[in-house]
Design a protein around this ligand. Structure first.
Ligand SMILES: Nc1ncnc2c1ncn2[C@@H]1O[C@H](COP(=O)(O)OP(=O)(O)O)[C@@H](O)[C@H]1O
Ligand SMILES: [Mg+2]
Length: 357
């Protein structure tokens, strides 16, 4: 049953493609509920089934099995004319913008309104208002070819909003953009979510993107959702190897381990030395741990890598350091730090060689 707060409710969705010589199970047994007003991320590598799954949300892709409820309506029971209305509640933006080159920027935003009953003046006024909302008011009469990638995506967002959607789906919308432009587009999506209350479903292959604006995330692999939850939880306690992989890539820990591995050999460490990986969540900070290490255990700390993030309002940090001193005393004490949000792991040459924890 869809509850009042679930704007999207997919039940037991499977999508199977049959080509002449093979059958592809693109999506398998997926349940997905998204609360109204949420920013919900779906992360997975290429081919995981993300695009197919979100195309099911507005029935652009008919599922082989399963039910699709959006805003309380079971889409598969609607008559064609009702379905056309219902589809307007779900808009999409893509990696390649899909703007019409022969139309002006204003003309592109106005386009979805052409079939509506609005007067030309009203259509144009609405398109102009949307362009202002995405920060492109003065570009109304230019053509898409005159715009940067980030500006093109803003036009696509304005166009997507023309039908007053309740859900905006972003399918790799920032994947073709540089990091700075990506950030500005993500900030725009966050603002639209806050100001218009539009629910956002955001597909990406980058944890960095999920981390910056999503509250909840589902991890997809081979057609299935293999893990889901609050972003802060998945980030700090990933339950699957794939989630862990995405997290480590986004914190640059993998890169750091590889870099350290090319300069440090643990086999050459003295008996009172260890290479240690630290993970901090919430109140505990790097500084707190460092001062404890030196004051309580007289341990010398040589930091090789550190990274701190803010996720969903929570501090999350990692650190890799060479510790020299009373390691045994430290190891006994550190098990109690776990309750305070600090976990540690002694790294070995095998970790360094594999580039993994
Ligand atoms: N129209 C189609 N016909 C046949 N196979 C398809 C079709 N669309 C997608 N697929 C296959 O379904 C799987 C999932 O694709 P897709 O949903 O695009 O994944 P993602 O968006 O995560 O990269 C892939 O193996 C892809 O090749
Ligand atoms: Mg895709």
């Amino acid at each position: 049953m869809a509850t009042a707060t679930n704007i999207i409710d997919l039940k037991d969705i499977s999508v199977t493609f049959k080509t002449h010589d093979q059958t592809v199970a693109a999506v398998q047994d997926v349940d997905l509920t998204v609360e109204k007003g949420d920013i919900y991320g779906i992360i997975g590598y290429s081919g995981a089934g993300k695009s197919t799954l979100v195309r099911v949300i507005n029935l652009l892709q008919k599922p082989t099995t399963g039910s699709v409820t959006v805003s309380g309506q079971d889409l598969q029971t609607l008559k064609p004319v009702e379905l056309r209305q219902a589809r307007k509640k779900v808009s999409m933006i893509f990696q390649h913008f899909n703007l019409m080159a022969a139309r002006t920027v204003l003309g592109n935003v106005e386009y979805p309104l052409l079939g509506s009953r609005m007067s030309k003046a009203d259509r144009r006024a609405k398109a102009a208002r949307l362009l202002k909302l995405v920060g492109l008011a003065e570009y109304a009469d230019t053509y898409p070819s005159q715009l940067s990638g980030g500006q093109k995506q803003r036009v696509a967002i304005a166009r997507a909003l023309a039908s007053d959607p309740e859900v905006l789906i972003s399918d790799e919308a920032t994947s073709a953009l540089d990091p700075k432009t990506t950030k500005s587009i993500l900030n725009l999506l966050k603002r639209l979510n806050a100001e218009l209350g539009v629910t956002i479903v955001l597909i990406t292959h980058e944890m960095q993107v999920i981390k910056s604006i999503c509250h909840n995330v589902a991890v997809m692999d081979a057609g299935r959702i293999i893990e889901r939850g609050r972003v802060s939880r998945v980030f700090t306690q990933p339950q699957t190897a794939l989630s862990r992989d995405f997290v480590e890539t986004s914190t640059n820990v993998k890169e750091a381990i590889e870099r350290i591995g090319s300069t440090v050999s643990i086999a050459n460490f003295a008996s009172n030395q260890e290479l240690m990986y630290f993970n901090f969540v919430g109140q505990s900070t790097k500084e707190g741990v460092l001062s404890k290490l030196s004051k309580e255990f007289g341990i010398d700390v040589n930091i090789l890598f550190a990274n701190i993030d803010q996720i969903d309002g929570e501090n999350v940090g990692v650190m890799i350091a060479i510790l020299t001193g009373d390691i045994e005393g430290f190891n006994t004490a550190v098990t109690q730090w776990k309750d305070r949000g600090v976990t540690t792991q002694i790294l070995t040459d095998a970790n360094l060689k594999g580039g993994e924890l």
